[in-house]
Design a protein around this ligand. Structure first.
Ligand code: ZN
Ligand code: MN
Length: 137
């Protein structure tokens, strides 16, 4: 999987990547730490955090800078869109094709070399919507 000889895929890093790829919840570093601890009880939060940063620099995980809250991580690196809840901050995937035309439109209007785009939709998740309904009732 990792073909770059300069990057050593440590056991810890491998476990972090495996666990992140299993979920679609876009966990924060803290949440990742709680998940990883079940498999590697001695690992520290700092180690999890550092390895997530390294994996994101390598392009093996996505770091989502959404909504000014805690950074969230995504093991699914192919471009896709996200939807964020304004109430609880949870982030979900959106199953829809990405817009290639928007990149061409942007490219024709800038000297930057466009590589990709990201798009975040904002809404209220089903749990928060139900909770609101209960309050009103
Ligand atoms: Zn919510
Ligand atoms: Mn995602």
């Amino acid at each position: 999987m990792n073909t770059n000889p300069k990057i050593r895929m440590t056991k810890q890093r491998q476990v972090i990547l495996e666990e992140l790829c299993k979920v679609t919840t876009h966990p924060t570093a803290d949440e990742m730490y709680q998940m990883i601890r079940k498999r590697l009880p001695k690992i520290s939060l700092g180690t999890v955090y550092r390895n997530l940063e390294i994996l994101s620099e390598l392009g093996m995980v996505l770091k989502l800078d959404v909504g000014g809250t805690q950074k969230r991580f995504d093991g699914h690196v192919e471009n896709h869109y996200h939807v964020r809840c304004t109430e609880c901050g949870c982030v979900g995937d959106l199953q829809m094709p990405t817009d290639q035309e928007i990149e061409q439109q942007a490219q024709s209007r800038t000297d930057f070399q466009i590589k990709r785009h990201s798009l975040e939709f904002i809404g209220v998740c089903p749990e928060c919507r139900d909770a609101k309904k209960r309050k009103v009732a």
